[in-house]
Design a binder for this molecule. Sequence first.
Ligand code: GBH
Length: 507
Amino acid sequence: MMIVALFNYLLSFLIAHWNTESFAKDDFIYGQFPSYFRWGIGTSSYQIEGAWNLDGKGENVWDNFTHTSPSPIKDSSTGDIACDSYHKYEEDAKLVKSIGVDFYRFSISWSRILPLGTKEKVNQAGIDYYNNLINSLLHHEVSPVISIHHWDLPQPLQDIGGWVNEDLIEHFGDFARILYQNFGDRVKQWFTFNEAWVICVMGYGDGIFAPGIKEISETPYKCIHTILKAHARAYRIYDEEFKSQQKGQVGITIDSGWLEPSDPNNPEDIEASERALQFKFGMFASPIVFGKYPDIVRKRVDERSKQEGRSTSRLPSFDKYWTDYIKGSYDIIGLNHYSSYLVTPASSDPGPGWYGDQDTATSQDPSWPETGSTWLRPVPWGFRKVLNWIKNTYNNPPLIVTENGYSDLPNVVLNDYGRIEYYKGYINNLLKAVIVDGCNVRGYSAWSLMDNFEWASGYTERFGLHNRERIPKESVKFLKNVFRSNGFRRPNLPWDRQSKEQCDIAA
Ligand code: GBH
């Protein structure tokens, strides 16, 4: 036993160093991803489809939100037309193909399939649309990967309370079942929710995203609680009714930046960073992996609720049934990651709610480069750190990076060199995480196929590899090369050591 373990250890050490020699945190390394690794590109229904009221589609919360006046959207725009992908899905499939990816991650507009949100009325034109899209992708040998829900809840379900109403658990389950029934013969990878944190905190707490509710103290926790149950419901339905036939996987996409201690030698900052990660990623990962909210979240919200004179905690609990039902409800976890933040304990308490309960303050280092989004600064090494934190905290679960991307500075059109720099640094750190650190990452999906409706920012922030006219930006060539090489291939002549500049070109 000992000898085998020792041998394995030496072998893994050798493999790691064979590929990488030794390098500093910001160094570029050569190397390829394992042969099972899969590359993709993503979009979401409301952000690209348009056709908001055509062919029987019902209204959803983003239709409703963008149509309120005064407009809550930065440029007063809407997704009424967006990239018109409802009519241009064949062009989309061709673009996806042209990048040379293995998969396309897109989401399903719930109200296009179920105009009222419930299973009583199925819109055949909606089923047809996604069948056509899936078949075009398969024609180009691209696998469809589906997000079941990316924020566009049918308005009739919002009218009964949205994600604070536990009836939505069954409605979501019904919706998921209809998708498995109609598309599951060809779709093998499902993600139930995209970034439920955004729905619940920004939609039901800050109110800057649909449905625009500003109730920070308790409502986001209720929303998270319902969504976790709905996620598990959709997971179990697949597991019990479809998996043995369709042989696919179901997961959930969770978003998190890397939350670095402001002063990495200060124990208070280290603790604050861990708290912030637990309140963000742990809020979703801990229930599905361990069957409960993170201990630190439980403790803090319970204590503060008591201090506020409440008889029950603002953070709900799962009973025995739901604990067992949620625990283990994933085949794979999706991670959306864009940037990093510096964390320190808060200097003042903003009061009850997701922000105040964690006692943290976040900021970004002004020396990190700017992008077209105030919240996004490239910090490539942070990607490797968050991947390692997930590995260590959840026993190295199978992971897919479902989103990672960069928004252009305002003056940039097609010469998006900042994006190339971003992807080079981030994918290189992903490579380190996989081949040096042993993080169990199975695939990576860039965000996004094209510039699209960027939620409350309208069309003012652009994450696309193509613009909205579907013209490729420079970064397409770069990513295509990385995807085709399955990483960063060492230049042909092994004795020809490369300078930094040559690395840039080779990559
Ligand atoms: C993802 O969210 C989404 O899944 C995707 O739809 C979106 O297009 C993409 O990111 C790019 O943004 O304006 O300061 O209030 C990423 C997480 C959460 C990051 C909301 C931006 C707004 C910060 N996003 N956040 S702020």
